[in-house]
Design a protein around this ligand. Structure first.
Ligand code: MN
Length: 496
């Protein structure tokens, strides 16, 4: 499992030599205190590393160079306790390749009304020092997040947390490898895209492998390993009678276990962070991987069905961002609708591959025919997804750019039993309402495949899109169709 505490954010305070040793000493003390306080806060997911106060162009350049090549550093948080003439920052900012958050804070929360003097004013200058720093970043057209408020304020810390989580997802993509087993589902448009552009823009690579490469690894899986995994299934899930020991379909369960072990070994050997498959290329596999994919996603692998590498990579990034949070993230598909006046809903599901991290309660492990692909009946986990706020995110290739589309939804607990539906399923009401949300989604070119999240917000994905330098379109509570249409038109001009 991913442990975000393996990663670091560097806390960097800017100043200059003009103030003299005494003031600079205080600046350093204060900065260290803030860094330590953040580092010890339960909401902050990564290590916060205090860096010595930077006072010259040379120090700033060196720090930015070190941050850019550090394997552990996911980004830097900057703060100008005092005034730090911003031309000093140009050289460093030009080479900085990590995300930057500008924390516009002040060491003292309150003005000490009866005691304030010019010494206090000289020390607590971020109100104008941070403006000077902000100018140079705007002048250089650098994207960053600006967070305003006292460093102990809970809202400020929550904004930092969100950005840090997004930066972890972004960091994970850099040099990340995704594996495509088989090509695309034939003739499908939205799952296609420019893999070369994605590697340039996003830092991860997507490469194809033949099913034979995987089948070879699956064939090497021993009996004992498969039996052990079946015991894990028996513990974790409610098994259908036909899958129990000595029952008719026990051999299918064993085959599913062998597929899971083989897939995991294959992904591990190739150092892959996620994978795609397609039911149109299962050469050598007896069944479409179902439970295997569901469980591998729960182990934080990205996944996209039908060759959908964009959703696969997005699922992985969102799993990294959400690491340690309650709730889950899953590959998802808008499947079918409930068009009932005043109670419109989407039923989300897939042929099989919904991640068990979003399951409400203990899943059932079942076997049913697939009705597509002409293979043996696949074993899968069947469960409901609980209610509450959630979102769907889709990354599409618009030809001249990537667009990240987010629809905030309200998930609802199914009111009816679905005894004949043999797949995991989620029900949700899109915001602001079904008609607006679906029209906006379709106009924006959003895919039928998404990453469904129970624990990330649009703010996470907004911060993420800024790091990636791509367009983000939000469909949420306050959205109107007119506003979305205008935004799409204006963005068309902006990204030209
Ligand atoms: Mn699909």
């Amino acid at each position: 499992m991913i442990n975000l505490k393996d990663f670091e954010v560097w806390f960097v305070t800017g100043s200059q030599h003009l103030y003299g040793e005494e003031t600079l000493k205080k600046v350093a003390e204060h900065s260290e205190q803030i860094a330590k306080s953040l580092n010890g806060h339960s909401l902050i997911p990564v290590k916060v590393i205090f860096k010595p106060v930077v006072k010259t162009p040379e120090e700033i350049l060196q720090l930015c160079q070190e941050a850019s090549v550090s394997i552990k550093c996911i980004g830097i948080i900057t703060w100008m306790h005092t005034f730090s003439p911003a031309k000093m920052w140009i050289g460093g900012l030009k080479v900085l390749s990590k995300p930057l958050l500008h924390l516009h804070t002040q060491f003292n929360r309150d003005i000490p009304w009866s005691e304030i003097d010019m010494d206090f004013m000289n020390l607590n200058q971020s109100a104008h020092g941070d403006r000077e720093f902000g100018f140079i970043m705007s002048r250089m057209r650098l994207s960053r997040k600006v967070v305003v408020g006292h460093w102990q304020d809970e809202e400020v810390i929550k904004s930092l947390e969100v950005w840090l989580r997004a930066a972890c997802g972004w960091h994970d993509w850099q040099g990340g490898k995704f594996c495509r087993l088989g090509d695309n589902m034939r003739q499908v448009a939205v799952t296609e895209g420019d893999k070369v552009e994605a590697e340039i823009k996003f830092g991860y690579s997507v490469n194809g492998f033949g099913m034979g490469d995987l089948v070879k690894v699956i064939n090497e899986v021993g009996d004992e390993e498969a039996n052990e995994l079946m015991m894990v299934y028996e513990d974790a899930y409610v098994l259908s009678d036909s899958l129990k020991e000595n029952a008719a379909n026990r051999s299918s369960l064993k085959e599913a276990a062998r597929i899971e072990i083989g897939l995991l070994n294959f992904l591990h050997a190739g150092n892959f962070k996620g994978f795609t498959d397609t039911f149109e290329d299962l050469n050598g596999l007896s069944q479409l991987p179902g439970i295997a994919v569901q469980r591998l996603m729960a182990h934080e692998y990205g996944f996209g069905a039908e060759g959908d590498w964009k959703t696969c990579a997005l699922v992985r990034a969102m799993k990294v961002m959400a690491s340690g949070l309650k709730g889950g993230n899953s590959f998802m598909e808008d499947y079918t609708y409930h068009f009932a006046s005043g109670n419109n809903m989407v039923l989300g599901a897939h042929m099989l591959e919904i991640c068990e991290s979003i399951a409400d309660g203990k899943a059932r492990c079942e076997i049913h025919p697939l009705g597509i692909g002409g293979k043996a009946d696949p074993v899968r986990l069947v469960f409901n997804v609980g209610g509450g706020p959630a979102l769907n995110a889709s990354l599409v290739d618009m030809g001249n750019r990537f667009r990240l589309l987010v629809n905030e939804v309200e998930a609802v607990q199914p009111e009816h039993a679905l005894p004949k539906l043999p797949v995991a399923r989620a029900l949700w009401k899109p915001l602001p309402d079904m008609k607006t949300a679906c029209a906006a989604w379709i106009l924006a070119g959003g895919a039928h495949h998404t990453c469904y999240s129970q624990n990330l917000t649009t703010e996470h994905l907004h911060d993420f899109s800024e790091m990636a330098g791509i367009e983000l379109v939000r469909i949420g509570k306050s959205s109107t169709l007119n506003q979305i249409k205008n935004e799409l038109r204006w963005n068309e001009g902006y990204y030209k």
